[in-house]
Design a protein. Structure first.
Length: 339
């Protein structure tokens, strides 16, 4: 496992980091679940069916994130067939979840656009009424000109002027009501959709659909990332706790970039002698010395933990030490140093 390469330099995340990760994950999971509920609850108006469809949405969402967590677990254990199976389940459930998110976000966006459309329709209705009155006044003026030509100013023109005055009053009243309407406020989402439509030279419907799909996919990726972070951290913590007894760092472990090792000031000659003596010992001698000094017991498990060796390497090492006469096996299969 790759964790052993950074065992001396990486430690489990602190409480603040884990609190942040769990908060982000919970928020993303809840948001995705709510959007899926909006889609499934709109399928049927019957109360029983709403409960069933809502439960189905929650099952899909919970199963989706667990499938992603299981994908990370199986991949870490090199069970690639099982990992692919979990990934297929996740992709199917993620497609359903993304569809629910698209429906929920699209519904909220359409509602905002609907409010704006209603306000714009009211203003347009007032404009049409005012324009209609204006046309009626123009027709009355044409009729007044005819009466003037016929020298019937006293009977016809006076009556038309009175009608025009009433129409002007009604026109002013309508204009006042139109101007008293609340202003049409454009939300940030609607403004973004308009900007995208202008930038890509597409219709507002196409820009809205593209934005909704992008946000839905981003939400699922965001949640999947933090679920993966939690799974990876839990695996590392189990590995770290299993190797807490290790008190050495092997020489072949790669150090992180920028790592500065802090060591107490020692006498240079003593350090050089200790280093040369350590390098001169073979792995068998190192194991023998560690057992003699009481650092570890003469067992495969202790040697594997102490020197970070795999099971196959430990088996080969013990077989070689037995052939060399350094260790022997008791009747109960326990090993011991040969004096």
């Amino acid at each position: 496992m790759h964790y052993k390469n950074m065992l001396g330099y990486r430690y489990p995340k602190g409480p603040f980091a884990m609190f942040s990760v769990y908060t982000f994950t919970g928020a993303a999971v809840v948001t995705s679940t709510v959007f899926s509920l909006l889609l499934f609850l709109s399928i049927d108006d019957n109360t029983m069916m709403k409960v069933l469809f809502g439960t189905l949405a929650i099952i899909f969402e919970a199963g989706k994130f667990y499938a992603w967590y299981e994908f990370g677990e199986r991949r870490a254990h090199k069970n690639y067939t099982g990992a692919m199976t979990a990934l297929v389940f996740y992709l199917v459930l993620a497609a359903i979840s993304i569809g629910g998110s698209i429906g929920g976000i699209n519904s909220a966006t359409n509602k905002a656009q609907g409010v704006i459309s209603i306000q714009e329709a009211k203003v347009a209705a007032y404009d049409r009424q005012i324009a209609s009155i204006e046309k009626q006044i123009e027709l009355n003026n044409l009729a007044a000109e005819k009466y003037i030509e016929m020298e019937r100013i006293a009977t016809g023109v006076t009556r038309i002027q009175q009608q025009n005055n009433k129409l002007r009053e009604e026109q002013i009243k309508l204009a006042t009501e139109r101007d008293s309407l609340p202003p049409v406020t454009q939300g940030s989402a609607i403004g973004l959709i308009d900007s995208l439509a202008d930038a890509f030279s597409v219709s507002q419907q196409a820009a809205q659909f593209g934005l909704v799909v992008f946000l839905s996919i981003l939400l699922d990726l965001f949640a999947a990332f933090f679920v993966g972070v939690i799974g990876e951290e839990l695996r590392f913590r189990r590995f770290y706790q299993h190797h807490t007894e290790i008190d050495i760092t092997p020489e072949d472990v790669s150090k992180p970039v920028g790592y500065l090792e802090h060591k107490p000031a020692l006498d240079e000659s003593f350090t050089a002698d200790a280093a040369s003596a350590e390098e001169a010992l073979s792995l068998e001698d190192k194991v023998k010395k560690a057992v003699q000094d009481g650092v570890i017991t003469c067992s495969k498990k202790a040697v594997g933990k102490h020197f970070l060796l795999s099971t196959d390497d430990v088996d080969a090492l013990f077989e070689q030490m037995m052939l060399g006469g350094l260790i022997a096996k008791k009747a109960n299969n326990h090993y011991y140093l040969v004096a």
